[in-house]
Design a protein around this ligand. Structure first.
Ligand SMILES: Nc1ncnc2c1ncn2[C@@H]1O[C@H](COP(=O)(O)OP(=O)(O)OP(=O)(O)O)[C@@H](O)[C@H]1O
Ligand SMILES: [Mg+2]
Length: 282
């Protein structure tokens, strides 16, 4: 079965990576997908919200603890499910743990087996990865993670979602980050940037955001056609107080956004037609 791997990326904290990762997970799960939501942010935001009390996998392995099943938890959503998995999420501990695992052959092997256990804990058809800002793709742990992932999901489609907010300089920096990442991520199979999202847009910024997205699609496509990729979707998400994440919350409390539905539609259809979506239609 086809698997979709969706990495959520951005250059800054607080722009909405975790929020969009969660909303998209809920949307896909409610359509029957079995979503594995990997919390790869060192702050562990989503793990905390969704009730994982344990350390993340990296800290568990580095401190020789064996209860791997405490690092993930399945939540039924509609006809599908979200399995939240705490990969890092222990702040500074995570960095130390990563170093220990990479330098120790036995621990590295333990990590590989444990991560496989998580990936095989259900028949996942969608894996969404919430990242910390400016996550590195060429670090040893990122490479190891991808190798293990690819040994389990051999036939997958990879997407990356880029999220930013105003001001304009950050929008432009985020586009340049997208171009840089797309240039280095030469995966086998289908691999594309799925969307560029401007989040937390205020009412009086909507027009400027639309203009920027028109420009962004041209600017990006001109640069990434050399690596045979296309960015076709620009999304504006307005500032919306319903999206304040609480320490612990029920998934049913989250609003269902038109923009996220459109994003979810694109995941399985591999539709590359050009579109700019703003909340106006909701
Ligand atoms: N469109 C929005 N309107 C209002 N608040 C929002 C919106 N999107 C996200 N937020 C809120 O902004 C805060 C930061 O969002 P989030 O945690 O998703 O950012 P992040 O990019 O994951 O940050 P970090 O890199 O620190 O993990 C959260 O409280 C979230 O609920
Ligand atoms: Mg986050």
């Amino acid at each position: 079965m086809q698997t979709y791997r969706i990495s959520v990326l951005g250059i800054k904290g607080g722009v909405g990576k975790s929020t969009v990762s969660l909303l998209l997970s809920v949307e896909l799960a409610s359509h029957g997908y079995k979503v594995l939501l990997i919390d790869r942010d060192i702050t562990g935001t989503l793990s905390r919200i969704l009730g994982i009390k344990s350390k993340g996998l990296l800290s568990k392995i580095s401190s020789m603890e064996n209860e791997i099943n405490e690092t993930y938890k399945k939540i039924q959503v509609g006809t599908g499910s979200i399995t939240i998995f705490k990969f890092g999420g222990d702040n500074i501990e995570t960095e130390k743990a990563t170093k220990i695992i990479i330098e120790n052959k036995d621990l590295r092997e333990k990590f590989i087996q444990a991560y496989k256990q998580v990936l095989l804990s259900d028949n996942f058809n969608c894996v969404i990865i919430d990242n910390q800002p400016l996550i590195g793709f060429d670090t040893e742990i990122a490479k190891t993670e991808r190798e293990v992932y690819e040994s389990v999901f051999k036939d997958d489609v990879k997407y990356r979602i880029y999220i930013t907010t105003f001001p304009k300089e950050i929008l432009q920096k985020s586009l340049d980050y997208l171009i840089e990442v797309e240039g280095v991520s030469r995966y086998k199979g289908i691999s594309n940037p799925l969307a560029f999202i401007i989040n937390k847009v205020k009412e009086d910024e909507v027009n400027e955001a639309k203009e920027f997205l028109e420009y962004a699609l041209n600017y990006v496509n001109d640069k990434i056609k050399a690596v045979h990729k296309t960015l076709s979707l620009g999304i504006i998400i307005k500032f919306d107080s319903r999206l304040f994440l609480k320490q612990e919350m029920r998934l049913s409390e989250l609003p269902s956004l038109y923009e996220i539905k459109k994003l979810a539609d694109r995941v399985c259809k591999i539709d590359l037609s050009r579109e700019i979506i703003s909340g106006d239609k909701s």
